[in-house]
Design a binder for this molecule. Structure first.
Ligand code: HEC
Length: 212
């Protein structure tokens, strides 16, 4: 019996010594080498015709996510209801500037006047410095970023809600930079005499202020 067992063991060991080195002749417990796990992009054998990675169930939202409840045509409701939750601090403005220079600048240009790098390959967007946009509440600009507007795509999946509010503060900075108040010029150390030639164009927005 012992001899028989020893012979069997020797035969088993010899069987492992194959001349083809790449493939082992005897695979001991192959379950780990060939696990039943399915790769995300492969077809799921349990559900033929579908990939192993499934889309989430309709209506699934990430934790902490607040759905945006205004449809594209509800811009006036968004303008009425939504209030910018962020204070206008240096940090927020810095954040807004980074967002603007990442996402908006290509079309709207560094000054917000519509002279983006992509123009004229892409139709020139309207100026963000117009009395129209200056007169909009922040919620309306938030709505444009979140839902898009005509040719402008929405940036809901690229820009976090806080960053959308921050970039709106920055748009206000651009508007004010285009129409500086006397105290802005004084704070920037620009003397009144230097401001005088610029006073004529600067007066134009004053006349439109009363209109909308
Ligand atoms: C792909 C180019 C593109 C990008 C990027 C883009 N916009 Fe626009 N934007 C447009 C165009 C084009 C319009 C005009 C849409 C229309 O015809 O109503 C527009 C319109 C707007 C308006 C409304 C202006 C008006 O007078 O009706 C606002 C506000 C605005 N964009 C803000 C932003 C902000 C903020 C960003 C960055 C988060 C941004 N846009 C990114 C192209 C762009």
């Amino acid at each position: 019996m012992a001899l028989w067992l020893a012979t069997l063991a020797a035969a088993g060991m010899l069987a492992g010594c194959s001349h083809r080195k790449q493939t082992p002749a005897l695979e001991y417990l192959p379950d780990m080498a060939y696990s039943p796990a399915v790769k995300a992009q492969n077809e799921d054998p349990m559900h033929p015709g579908q990939s192993a990675m499934r889309p989430p169930v309709p209506g699934t939202v990430p934790r902490g996510f607040t759905p945006y409840r205004y449809a594209a045509q509800d811009s006036l409701l968004a303008q009425r209801d939504l209030v910018n939750p962020l204070p206008r601090t240096a940090d927020v403005l810095g954040r807004g500037q980074r967002v603007f220079m990442t996402y908006c600048v290509v079309c709207h240009g560094p000054k917000g006047d519509g002279q983006g790098y992509i123009v004229p390959k892409f139709p020139m967007p309207p100026s963000l410095l117009s009395p129209k946009v200056s007169g909009w509440a922040d919620g309306r600009i938030y709505h444009v970023i979140t839902r898009g507007q005509n040719l402008m795509p929405n940036y809901a999946s690229q820009i976090l809600p806080e960053d959308r509010w921050a970039v709106i503060h920055y748009v206000r900075v651009l508007e004010r930079a285009a129409n500086p108040r006397p105290e802005d010029l004084k704070a920037a150390g620009i003397p009144d005499t230097a401001a005088a030639p610029a006073a004529a164009p600067a007066a134009a927005p004053d006349t439109t202020k009363g209109k909308p």
